[in-house]
Design a protein around this ligand. Structure first.
Ligand SMILES: Cc1ncc(C[n+]2csc(CCOP(=O)(O)OP(=O)(O)O)c2C)c(N)n1
Length: 349
């Protein structure tokens, strides 16, 4: 196996970071770093637990943390998040409890979905986070519907539709962008181009110059952003959300990044990725790029790094312990809320 490539440094001075993130830039970076550490810890622990047969399925988001943490921190409570496959961190940053999420991963009695949904498909109504749709692309139309509903009710807020590169070939992408553009709806389309749709590389997914370029066909702005650069992600998301909140048309942001782990716990990329692809992609690991910048600028040292890592590991460990001490959902939940009781009349309503 090839050695990991040296990290590509983030090209900013502290003054430039302050300009993009505002006066609270140091606190924002520290918060983002803590969340990204938690996400990384969760991914490696959950993949290991899946391998041990202790959780049924897991889909990591390693490599996509910069977009997720920025979206979580910059979105407002009134916004709605319609995720693709890898935005669970957005729900956590918006306030969904880690413990509840881990109960869901274990599909135990304290899972809000009562074990009915596939693990790693959390629903977090309290933070306006809709359960992911496993049917690729449908969440794009759902987000447009949510935005249409918000417009009709005159309620503030933006619908954030997340999706991968593969989803840009789905019908819902075309229907969603067209409808949102025609009606000028408050929706932000967030494409996380991680280069792969399971085994299909992005260059076989489209003949377009870029995925962002597709926005022009609908009369929308499309921008390509380095999705491994937290500062660039922050700037792009903050700008687009501000414009849309101010009544501007929807936009498409394409975040170029790398899927640094298998598609899911059911995948083996060695069957289709060129040798060394993931090792080369490690040079653009968003977490390591941020860590490197913070260290270079004296905002992170070994002691603080250990504290943050220990805190993340501790939080994940306690959540896992609580889940393992919780029984499975009761048998009655198999039919509750699913089938009407016979003779109740509910079936014919
Ligand atoms: C309509 C539909 N077709 C195929 C699949 C099988 N499938 C599951 S994930 C996936 C790839 C999705 O790739 P992408 O949209 O790039 O998201 P990523 O996995 O890279 O985050 C496919 C084809 C599906 N779930 N739904």
């Amino acid at each position: 196996m090839a050695a990991a490539a040296p990290i590509v440094p983030l090209p900013y001075t502290p003054a430039q970071v302050r300009e993009r993130l505002g006066d609270d830039w140091e606190a924002s970076l520290a918060t983002a770093y803590r969340w990204m550490t938690l996400a990384r810890t969760l991914d490696s622990r959950m993949l290991a637990l899946q391998r041990q047969g202790r959780v049924g399925f897991y889909g990591p988001a390693t490599g996509q943390e910069a977009v997720n943490v920025a979206a979580g921190m910059l979105s407002r409570p009134e916004d709605w998040v319609l995720p693709g496959l890898r935005e669970q961190l957005v729900a956590l940053v918006r306030g969904h409890a880690l413990g509840t999420y881990v109960h869901h991963l274990f599909a135990d009695a304290r899972d809000p979905a009562e074990g009915r949904n596939m693990p790693c498909h959390p629903t977090a109504r309290e933070v306006h986070y809709v359960s992911m749709s496993s049917v690729i692309g449908t969440q794009i139309s759902h987000a447009v519907g949510v935005a249409y509903g918000m417009r009709r009710r005159r309620s503030p807020g933006v619908a954030l539709a997340f999706f991968g590169d593969g989803a840009t070939s789905a019908n819902d992408f075309h229907a969603g962008l067209n409808f949102a553009a025609v009606y000028g709806l408050p929706v932000l389309f967030v494409c996380t181009n991680n280069q792969w749709a399971i085994s299909v590389p992005v260059e076989r997914q489209t003949a377009a110059r870029s995925l962002a370029a597709k926005a022009a066909a609908y009369g929308l702005e499309g921008r390509r952003v380095d999705g491994t650069d937290l500062i660039a992600c922050w700037g792009a998301l903050a700008g687009a959300l501000d414009r849309i909140r101010g009544g501007a048309p929807p936009e498409l942001l394409e975040f170029v990044l790398y899927r640094l782990t298998p598609h899911s716990s059911s995948d083996d990329p060695s069957r289709y990725q060129p040798a060394g692809w993931a090792q080369r992609a490690q040079a653009s690991d968003p977490y390591r790029r941020l860590e490197h910048w913070l260290t270079e600028h004296g905002l992170l040292d070994a002691e603080r790094r250990t504290q943050v890592t220990d805190a993340a590991e501790g939080a994940v460990r306690s959540a896992v312990a609580a889940a393992e001490a919780t029984p499975p959902p009761e048998a009655r939940t198999l039919t509750e809320d699913v089938l009407a009781p016979v003779g109740s009349g509910a079936a014919s309503r």
